[in-house]
Design a binder for this molecule. Structure first.
Ligand code: HEC
Length: 132
């Protein structure tokens, strides 16, 4: 292989890497909401990493009708900490619409195997307004 061709290949590769960096830049500025991280921070201590909860104390999210059921009802449950006056779970209404949407998409995919259509922040916003 001639030296010139080698140089040409190197230049092309560096160009590709530089272009990759340039396009990656704007994406890094958008705050990424990671449902798994929110679960680890706010839910895992009681419902456990595998979603099986603590028998007799904290119910499992695996096979939970709330998790597998209507997204509206699930959003309401998490926002109010379980509806009802006898709140056994904390309210999570401090989570933003985007955070709760990402968290719901995560637990539905992880514990109810519902992979389609992620939950949109607008659904959470609507439920939040209805609950006020
Ligand atoms: C301090 C412990 C604790 C934490 C933290 C907690 N939960 Fe709970 N969770 C509970 C308890 C206790 C119940 C049962 C409440 C009831 O029946 O009213 C429950 C019930 C639920 C249910 C209904 C399950 C079923 O089928 O009965 C869902 C869904 C749920 N939690 C989701 C979450 C999510 C999502 C988070 C994180 C944002 C979270 N929980 C954080 C203790 C906790």
């Amino acid at each position: 292989m001639g030296f010139r061709i080698l140089v040409a290949i190197l230049v092309a590769c560096c160009g590709a890497i530089a272009a990759g960096c340039a396009t990656a830049q704007p994406a890094a500025e958008v705050p990424v909401v990671d449902g798994e991280q929110i679960y680890a921070r706010d839910c895992l201590a009681c419902h456990m990493g595998d979603g099986r909860g603590v028998p007799g104390m904290n119910p499992a999210l695996v096979n939970s009708a709330w998790v597998a059921g209507s997204p509206d009802a699930l959003a309401g449950f998490i926002l109010t900490g379980g509806y009802g006056p006898d709140v056994l779970m904390a309210r999570f209404d401090y989570l933003s619409d985007a955070e709760l949407a990402a968290l719901m998409s995560y637990i539905r995919a992880q514990f109810a195997r519902i992979q389609e259509a992620p939950i949109l922040p607008s659904l959470v916003e609507q439920m939040r307004n209805q609950l006020q």
